[in-house]
Design a protein around this ligand. Structure first.
Ligand code: ADP
Ligand code: MG
Length: 730
């Protein structure tokens, strides 16, 4: 096994970096060439079909079957011209990643000839055998059917020789089995609720979009080293490994010059991204060695999320071409920073107004304040669901580890906005405002853009930060499907805006003037949501204590976070806004519990294997060398004081190694026993809890002894690539 490590290192030394398949063409020349976007629809569809699709995209109306046939024909023609021979319904099951099953266009034609065909019914709906996707018990095994149905709002695209059609995935009974379907419902809910509130300010607003700009962090590892680490291959993270003498202490990686091999990889995947219409914009080194980030220009949330899932796929593929493996795991290495996926989020109107950006006049600013304060209230009231939406077995390593937001949700606003809200709270009187008071207030509100201009506050320790024209949800994990966080956030906002509208309307009905009613509710919400606001150091112990005093949730247990969905309050939120049914919530919780359990189970098995088959034999081998040496000394010097003096340190070493071996063996045995007990539990939640409490702790416990051995055992026989090799080789 040590051989594999050294062969890998040698392979790495001799690596010829792959050159980027650079093109001199400006990116805009081929941007979107693999996407069946509007200009291509216009070209390939009949005018009638084109209008029909546009209407369906804008109004969410159904695609008529006859039209579907026409659209399929146009889509097929375009796809075949671009080298596609197959098509697939592309969807987001509740596992990590996306799913696809390719079918050839090829079919029997007349007189035994073969023809390419693609019909409206194949475009609009498919019936994949869904039995191997998680359903949380929604789908009985005897009813394995599931449906995928075309999401017209996200354009089809070609990868390789396959036309990919973004779809939702539902069970035979109509329950969502994916991320996209509920996301679309949440986006619809927030659209409707936000439009209703916008009507107070501008009657021309008929549509509000939720926007998402994700920042994706990742690690790159050389392929040869990756293959010499079974833990990385099977679990996505290192289950053992002593920290490198140097890692990120010197802060010399962040924003540093990008290594040549990495830049070539970036250029190649970015090119693919552009061809797929993914507007990637920034690239840079991240804090940890071999850690990097990519971010696009933000887009409408559903499309942005499709693009995030798609680019993760593209990056995986292109990384292989460059003999890298990409790690999206939130915490591949202990002791250095993990990876996140900041979700920059905002709402904007069909009239071109960003509702989270200060307006151009007092009225626009009042609208901005309205939305800002409603975000505060939504997040305050729904902290649990937001935490639940981002927790996973892998993200749990990162949250609360003083490198990423804590497992407490709070909002950073920056000193100026905070001061402004505090002022509003005192200035809006409880009784009716005098005309003078109102004028003065509006005038002051008119000044918001000026103060914001130089509000460059940044607080990287906050899980949910206002950054001038958007909020940045930073607690999302790098491996996650953004949809989970976006479903919760947009639904919470939808519920909150509906509530706001109801309360303002009630005041208006009582005879309060509209703008005054809005002021009153803003004041009320500023008061009610105050506890969620925190501009200080989110990593500090002080904050943990302060948050507890404020009554904020601090949930670091994954099963407990998942359970937040089951509270009556959360259920009401999702059900009332038409995002999930009761059954879907129960099912999803079950799926999440199962995912968590399985991940810990796999890690525990892999660690057990490596501990007993790789580490212990290596340690024994080294110990035997020491014993031989000690025996030799004894033979030469006899059992006199010289021998004691000469062999003393090795005797100690032998004892030390024995101690660690014994611990590794015993603890691995106990871990297996703990698994057996947990596996017998029928209830998925109980099993997940048992895995978290009784199995998971062994992972660190056993690792401790292995890492000690790594420092002791002869480097020449250590079987697994070490941290310094994994993190610095490139
Ligand atoms: P930073 O590292 O300063 O947070 P980045 O450029 O890495 O900035 O990423 C910021 C992300 O936020 C980008 O995807 C950007 O397009 C996105 N973004 C900018 N404005 C908005 C907005 N109004 N709504 C949503 N996302 C936005
Ligand atoms: Mg960034």
């Amino acid at each position: 096994m040590a051989k594999l490590r050294f062969t890998a290192l040698e392979e790495l030394l001799n690596r010829e970096p792959k050159k980027s398949e650079g093109t001199r063409m400006p990116s805009s020349d081929y941007y979107g060439e693999m996407v069946f976007d509007r200009p291509k629809m216009k070209k390939y569809l009949s005018p009638e079909a084109f209008v029909h699709v546009m209407e369906s995209i804008e109004k969410g109306t159904r695609i008529d079957r006859k039209m579907a046939d026409q659209i399929a024909l146009g889509m097929k023609a375009w796809a075949m011209e671009n080298g596609a021979s197959h098509y697939t319904h592309w969807f987001h099951p509740l596992t990590d990643g996306t799913a696809e099953k390719h079918d050839a266009f090829l079919t029997f034609g007349e007189f035994g000839t073969m023809v390419e065909s693609f019909s409206g019914s194949l475009l609009v709906q498919q019936e994949p055998d869904a039995s191997s996707f998680p359903s949380g018990g929604i789908r009985n095994t005897f009813e394995a059917r599931g449906y995928t149905a075309w999401d017209v709002s996200s354009p089809a695209f070609i990868i390789g020789s396959t036309l990919c059609i973004p779809t939702i995935f539902v069970s035979y009974t109509g329950h969502a089995l994916d991320y996209k379907f509920p996301l679309l419902k949440a986006l619809h809910a927030v659209d409707k609720a936000a439009v209703d509130v916008c009507q107070y300010f501008d009657k021309n607003v008929t549509k509000v979009n939720s926007n998402l700009g994700w920042e994706q962090e990742y690690f790159l590892i050389d392929e040869a080293l990756y293959h010499a680490r079974p833990d990385l291959m099977l679990t996505g993270r290192t289950l053992m490994g002593h920290s490198s003498a140097k890692d990120q202490q010197l802060d010399d990686h962040y924003f540093g010059s990008i290594p040549t091999r990495v830049i070539a990889f970036m250029e190649d995947f970015e090119k693919e991204a552009y061809r797929l219409g993914i507007p990637v914009k920034t690239r840079h080194n991240e804090v940890a060695p071999n850690q990097f980030e990519v971010a696009p220009i933000f887009e409408e949330t559903n499309l942005a999320n499709d693009h995030n899932q798609l680019i993760m796929d593209v990056m995986k593929r292109v990384a292989r071409q460059h003999k890298f493996r990409i790690l999206f795991h939130e915490k591949p290495f202990k002791g250095v920073n993990g990876s996140g996926k900041h979700n920059n989020w905002s709402l904007s109107t069909n009239t071109g107004v960003n509702l989270l950006s200060p307006g151009k006049n007092p009225k626009g600013n009042l609208q901005f304040l309205t939305f800002l304060v409603n975000v505060l209230k939504a997040v305050h009231d729904n902290q649990d669901v937001l935490l639940g939406s981002i927790m996973s077995a892998s993200n749990a390593h990162r949250l609360g580890a003083n490198e990423a937001p804590p497992s407490i949700i709070s909002i950073f606003l920056g000193s100026q906005i905070s001061a402004m809200l505090d002022e509003l709270e005192t200035r809006v009187p409880d009784k009716k405002m005098t005309p003078d008071e109102k004028t003065a207030l509006k005038l002051d509100i008119g000044k918001i853009p000026e103060i914001l201009l130089d509000n460059t506050d940044r607080n990287r320790t906050s899980p949910f930060a206002f950054t001038g024209n958007r909020f940045e949800f930073r607690a999302v994990g790098s491996a996650a499907n953004c949809a989970s966080a976006m479903i919760s956030l947009n639904t919470a906002m939808a519920g909150q805006l509906k509530e706001f509208k109801k309360e303002v309307d009630a005041l208006i009905d009582k005879g309060v003037k509209k703008d005054e009613a809005i002021f009153q509710m803003i004041k009320e919400y500023i008061k009610q949501s105050k506890n969620i606001r925190f501009d200080g150091d989110g990593y500090s112990q002080d904050w943990v204590e302060e948050a507890a005093r404020r009554g904020l949730s601090n949930i670091s247990s994954v099963p407990q976070a998942i359970k937040t969905y089951l509270s009556p309050k959360s259920k009401n939120l999702f059900v009332d806004n038409g995002v999930f049914t009761d059954v879907e919530i129960e099912a999803r919780t079950e799926v999440e519990m199962e995912k968590f359990t399985k991940k810990i189970q796999i890690e525990s098995r892999v660690l057990g294997d490596l501990a007993l088959n790789h580490i212990v034999p290596t340690a024994v081998q080294y110990m035997n060398t020491l014993i031989e040496n000690v025996q030799g000394l004894k033979d030469v010097f006899g059992e006199n004081s010289d021998y004691q003096d000469l062999a003393g340190d090795r005797l100690d070493l032998i004892k030390k190694i024995s101690f660690h071996i014994k611990n590794i063996k015993n603890k691995t045995h106990d871990m297996v026993e703990a698994r057996k007990v947990a596996n017998k539990l029928e209830d998925m939640t109980e099993m997940a809890e048992m895995y978290e409490q009784k199995v998971f702790p062994y992972l660190d416990d056993i690792r401790y002894h292995i890492d000690k051995l790594e420092l002791t055992v002869d480097n020449a026989i250590w079987p697994l690539p070490k941290y310094r090799e994994l993190l610095f080789a490139r």
